[in-house]
Write a protein that binds this ligand. Structure first.
Ligand code: CP
Length: 312
């Protein structure tokens, strides 16, 4: 594997899950693999988990991570081809990506969507520009439309906690005050489509994800019906795809409660707004596996970096 930019870069999700579990048991076993190699982490947006777990993953492989907050700390980067750069951007991605490639053996990038321009967001302008102009492998740390490191983490976590061969997994929309990206929900959906699970999505009318992502996965607009007999409830807000980037519903009755969760395990990528997305009683109970889930971010990232280093 050269790059990890999408869940489709995973050739066999079950073998990846088993390999990640093995790494978790002996995280320092491959300390020599990354010796004298540098991982550059470029953040156009905020992060807690991705920033720390990806650095930890690199350190576990003996790599040297270097981190930059691109927005604010770096020169404004121009992505347009042939642009007369007499505005706010000072450096073109052609030079920026080429220069960073000389300092790093792998580059990881986080760049969120505009949520105002669907065509631009779906073109994955920032991620694809790095892929085109960098000369080293690229890792997606959450782009406009996908968060494949999170989705690999989620797949590992479900595999660890499942009590039956084919668990029922529900992805449920929940209300939020701000317009949020589709990336986590998209990649989670794609990961579940690769796993042996009974998977359904539930969201209010007007919040269906892109049909290209949903494919044959059932969407049930009645949350109570969808949650019936669930083993895992993965909760996430996303803005409307149809009325692109808009908040068209903040219906509080979609918040996840202990009663709605029943015997299922609660999952969320974090950060989560308490008593908006999910009530305290869920997060503060043993039904919540969000902390264990966040721990697996390290091993998902470590597996991805390991596979790239082995291929170099
Ligand atoms: N889940 C996740 O990507 O968390 P951060 O935004 O804190 O990195």
């Amino acid at each position: 594997m050269k790059h990890y930019t999408s869940i489709h870069d995973i050739d066999d999700i079950n073998s990846w899950i088993e390999e990640a579990k093995a790494l978790k048991l002996t995280p320092l076993k491959h300390l020599e693999l990354g010796r004298n190699k540098t991982l550059g982490l470029l953040f156009f947006n905020s992060s807690l988990r991705t920033r720390l777990s990806t650095q930890k993953a690199a350190l576990n492989l003996g790599m040297n991570p270097i981190v930059m907050n691109v927005s604010g700390d770096a020169w404004g980067i121009e992505f347009g081809d042939g642009t007369v750069m007499n505005g706010n951007t000072a450096e073109h991605i052609k030079e920026a990506a080429a220069v960073v490639s000389q300092y790093c053996d792998i580059i990881a990038v986080r760049a969120f969507p505009t949520l105002t321009d669907k065509v631009k967001d779906e073109s994955e302008e920032v991620l694809n520009a790095f892929k085109k102009y960098a000369s080293v492998p690229l890792v997606n740390m959450e782009s406009a439309t996908g968060h494949p490191l999170q989705a690999l983490t989620d797949a590992i976590t479900i595999s660890e906690h499942k009590k039956k061969d084919k668990p029922k997994v529900v992805l449920s929309w929940a209300p939020h005050v701000k317009a949020l990206p589709h990336a986590v929900a998209n990649s989670f959906t794609q990961a579940m489509q690769k796993m042996d699970v009974d998977f359904v999505i539930t969201n209010p009318e007007g919040y269906d994800l892109s049909p290209d992502i949903v494919g044959d996965t059932p969407i049930i607009h009645n949350q109570e019906e969808a949650l019936k007999d669930a083993d895992f409830v993965y909760v996430k807000n996303w803005s409307s795809y149809e009325d692109y980037g808009k908040v068209v519903n903040t219906e509080p009755s979609w918040m996840i409660t202990k009663e709605k969760l029943g015997d299922a395990k609660f999952m969320h990528c974090l950060p989560v707004r308490r008593n908006v997305i999910v009530e305290d009683a869920v997060l503060d109970s043993d039904s919540s596996i969000v902390i264990q889930q966040a721990n697996n971010r390290t091993y998902a990232a470590q597996l991805v970096l390991k596979k790239i280093l082995e291929n170099a």
